[in-house]
Design a protein around this ligand. Structure first.
Ligand SMILES: CC(C)(COP(=O)(O)OP(=O)(O)OC[C@H]1O[C@@H](n2cnc3c(N)ncnc32)[C@H](O)[C@@H]1OP(=O)(O)O)[C@@H](O)C(=O)NCCC(=O)NCCS
Length: 158
């Protein structure tokens, strides 16, 4: 697996990944239509303040992982195409990403029903910090997961 810069040719692949209904249910995130998706990525995601990497395995684009700043905190997110689920890819990609994204604490909001994503974060050293209670306007209950710097400055992956 390698993580590399995102190219324009990756965007249609990410677009298809986020259109998957099961992935949307997991992430509790409504899909964007094609033009809105492309505009969002080109103007809000792929900007110098953010770090976004394409996950490539055996030459195939399998998803992305990235970080951005919001309300004075830094967050991570990732998305793996459904055909690649269950092979440890998200865990490996996030572990690699954390070697380069050194900001701590680092945070992630996850829907409480997204067991897979919570597990990925836990395996990379994140711990549950707070519940959004009551759920937000969209009715989705989320948990804030955080990665603090360890005493030895390691992420302590298990
Ligand atoms: C969540 C997601 C990133 C997991 O990717 P993945 O590559 O399949 O994850 P991994 O193979 O690294 O799995 C890591 C752990 O989670 C578990 N897991 C993965 N998907 C799961 C699921 N749907 N239900 C329960 N556990 C799951 C795995 O069993 C593994 O745990 P283990 O090592 O204890 O067995 C992927 O399903 C995805 O991209 N979903 C849609 C987008 C999304 O939810 N992004 C995150 C938003 S916060």
């Amino acid at each position: 697996m390698i993580l590399r810069d995102v190219t324009d040719a990756d965007l249609p692949i990410f677009f298809e990944h986020q259109r998957d209904p099961e992935a949307q249910r997991m992430a509790a995130f409504p899909a964007r239509e094609h033009d809105a998706f492309m505009t969002h990525w080109r103007t809000r995601v792929l900007i110098p303040e953010n770090v976004t990497r394409t996950i490539v395995v055996d030459g195939r684009v399998v998803g992305y992982v990235g970080s951005w700043g919001q309300d004075g905190r830094r967050f991570v997110a990732y998305w793996v195409g459904r055909e690649h689920w269950g092979k440890g890819m998200a865990t490996q990609a996030l572990s690699k990403f954390l070697e380069h994204e050194r900001v701590r604490p680092l945070h992630a909001w996850v829907a409480v029903h997204n067991t897979g994503s919570i597990r990925v974060l836990e395996k990379c050293g994140f711990r549950k910090e707070a519940h959004e209670n009551p759920p937000g306007e969209d009715g989705v209950e989320e948990v804030l997961m955080s990665l603090e710097s360890s005493p030895r400055g390691e992420n302590n992956p298990r």
